[in-house]
Write a protein that binds this ligand. Structure first.
Ligand SMILES: [Ca+2]
Ligand SMILES: [Ca+2]
Length: 85
């Protein structure tokens, strides 16, 4: 995302049009950006795009990307002692 499009988006969330974002305005902007990222992540997880993420889809995504698992595979316990060889 370029700085220019960020500036444009800032304008969208500048509700009282004073040229700057108050905390409330920024919170709205931030929530929107987070939501976009969250939706993006959801769509990555939702392999068959049916609008719901099943445990199998999570497993398969984790297997593909090592997402949130630190790339662990097989029987390694999640959250166990770090294994850095
Ligand atoms: Ca404002
Ligand atoms: Ca699905």
């Amino acid at each position: 995302m370029s700085a220019e499009s960020l500036r444009e988006r800032l304008g969208e969330f500048d509700v009282n049009d004073d040229g700057a974002l108050s905390l409330d305005e920024f919170a709205q902007w931030h929530a929107t950006m987070m939501r976009e990222r969250m939706v993006d992540r959801f769509q990555h997880l939702d392999a068959d795009a049916d609008g719901s993420v099943t445990p199998d889809e999570v497993d398969s995504f984790a297997g593909r990307a090592g997402w949130m698992l630190g790339g662990m595979r097989g029987g390694s316990p999640i959250g166990g002692t770090p294994d850095q060889n």
